[in-house]
Every structure is written in structure tokens, then in C-alpha cells.
Design a protein around this ligand. Sequence first.
Ligand code: SF4
Ligand code: SF4
Length: 109
Amino acid sequence: MTPPKYLCERCTNCCRWPGDVKVSDKEITAIASFLGLPENGFIQQYTRLRANRRGLSLIDQADGACIFLDGQDCKIQPVKPQQCRDFPNAWNFPGWRDICMATEIPAAK
Ligand code: SF4
Ligand code: SF4
């Protein structure tokens, strides 16, 4: 059976819940370049160690939202991390459907 696919409705809830937003070395290069920052400066200013200490995550705002969420928009949309692009189709977690407003696309028959 083909798994269901979901169309993001840009509710931004996934940018607001706590947890790591993983960034790879390649993503760090791309985001730093997009922001016009040296990589080291970007790492110092916008990242922290992941909970499992195996890499870096974007930091949060005081309310727990991702540091790059601005109202309903992602400030780094063209270069946002793969983790953000992949949710909820490539990964999700128990209970995600209660929070995510994505529309289910009926599977082709
Ligand atoms: S990088 Fe953008 S899409 Fe990803 S969690 Fe932050 S605000 Fe949301
Ligand atoms: S929670 Fe779901 S619908 Fe809302 S922005 Fe994230 S993926 Fe899109």
C-alpha cells in the first residue's frame, strides 16, 4: 500500500514545538551563505549541540519556536534544513496528526 502523502498548509506548528532542528555541515554552509555570515559566526549565533550531542541543531526563541520563524514565515525558507522539508511525509512521530494541519492527499487508485 502506498503511504498517504500530506500537503503542508503552512500552519507553522512544526516550527513551534520543542526539539532539535538538525543541521548538517552542508546545510550550515548554505544557511550561513544565505544570511551573509561566516560559518563560524553562524554556528556561534544560531546553533547548539543536539540533545544526543551528535551534531548541531538550530536554537529556539524564548517561546520555544525555531529561531528562524518570523510570524508565519521561515526566514531561511530557500535553504531550510532537510528535516523541515521532510516533515510529515518522510518522518513524523506519535501524535503528530493532532498538531499538524497538513491535508491528506488521497492515494491514486
Ligand atoms: S528552519 Fe524554518 S522551516 Fe525549519 S523549523 Fe525553523 S522556521 Fe521552521
Ligand atoms: S505542522 Fe504540518 S501543516 Fe503545519 S507547517 Fe508543519 S508540516 Fe505544514
